[in-house]
Design a protein around this ligand. Structure first.
Ligand SMILES: [Zn+2]
Length: 310
């Protein structure tokens, strides 16, 4: 089994003492690639540096996280953009994995709306980068879905795609997000929490025990080969989200070191623990773990081009 951890802060200092061991455990567990999001300018550098240490295995994403947006956001963005340009044009470092996305970016009004206007402007600017550079978006959104959706709608037909990371919403919220073709939901540790409604939201028919019509697992991939990289072709046509979320619209993530799944809840998270999320998803969708890994892998490789899933 091979899977991809699409969101892991492996550059974080939490991993400074044993990063090699963490990567080794990930490989042994079947993790074929790890995507690292930046959150601010310093982390753009630590993300790139970490990816340099694990070429072809760790892939960088660069951007300004909404919780890091302050009065100086324009300066931050212009520096991050320079870093992005250098990384995209540098032919001097053949061992470095290519930058695969803009992230993590988005809106977060959970703790404060102090920089609401700045967050909105910084997010929209980075959405335009995504379109200009044809790089998908890794989106963080908390207590701000309506605001986020209204910005994305302005660019709907031009967006190259992306991930709504750490999705924990209800069926209606899932439906609203899945209206964006080429976008998928990032599913992590919350799925395994005892009181989580997420399994029922994702796979209501199966989770409620009457999988008879089997609708939910019907593949809805509409286009031909994704290998031709024609990102403008609609790749997935989703059904109504009242029927749940097709497995083809999900990717796996840890958000490590945060959000460890049961039975590791409360501990430092790491990419090897995605196995617990796969197990829970397989139960929810009533498919094999292998199918969960294969399907989510194919989705990740469709959205993030230039990735080898090992
Ligand atoms: Zn994150």
């Amino acid at each position: 089994m091979t899977y991809i951890d699409t969101h892991c802060h492996l550059d974080g200092e939490e991993f400074n003492n044993d990063r090699d061991a963490v990567v080794q455990r990930a490989r042994e567990a079947g993790c074929g690639a790890i995507f690292l999001p930046a959150i601010d300018l310093p982390s753009c550098h630590t993300v790139l540096e970490t990816c340099r240490q694990y070429p072809g295995y760790c892939y960088p994403m660069l951007g300004l996280h909404p919780e890091e947006v302050r009065a100086d956001w324009r300066d931050q963005l212009s520096e991050i953009r320079k870093c992005l340009n250098t990384s995209l044009t540098s032919h001097l470092a053949p061992l470095t994995s290519p930058v695969i996305a803009i992230g993590e970016v988005g809106l977060d009004f959970y703790w404060s709306r102090e920089f609401e206007q700045e967050q909105l402007l910084a997010f929209e600017e980075q959405v335009r980068w995504s379109i200009e550079l044809r790089l998908p978006l890794m989106i963080h959104c908390r207590k701000a879905q309506n605001e986020m959706v209204s910005i994305l709608k302005r660019y709907k037909d031009q967006l190259p795609g992306g991930v709504f990371h750490c999705f924990t919403g209800n069926a209606q919220e899932a439906r609203q997000l899945l209206e964006f073709d080429r976008f998928v939901l990032g599913i992590g540790g919350v799925l395994t929490f005892k009181k989580s409604n997420l399994p029922a939201t994702l796979a209501p028919t199966v989770a409620s025990g009457s999988a008879a019509d089997g609708d939910i697992s019907t593949p809805t991939v509409a286009s031909g080969s994704a290998a031709d990289g024609d990102i403008s072709a609609p790749t997935v046509v989703s059904g109504s989200a009242a029927d749940g979320v097709p497995l083809e619209r999900i990717v796996l993530e840890t958000d490590a070191p945060y959000m460890a799944p049961v039975p590791m809840r409360g501990k430092r998270n790491e990419s090897a623990y995605v196995r617990h999320i796969i197990t829970r998803l397989a139960e929810a969708y009533d498919v094999s773990e292998e199918e969960v890994a294969q399907t989510t892998n194919a989705t990740a490789c469709r959205i993030f081009r230039g990735v080898k899933g090992e």
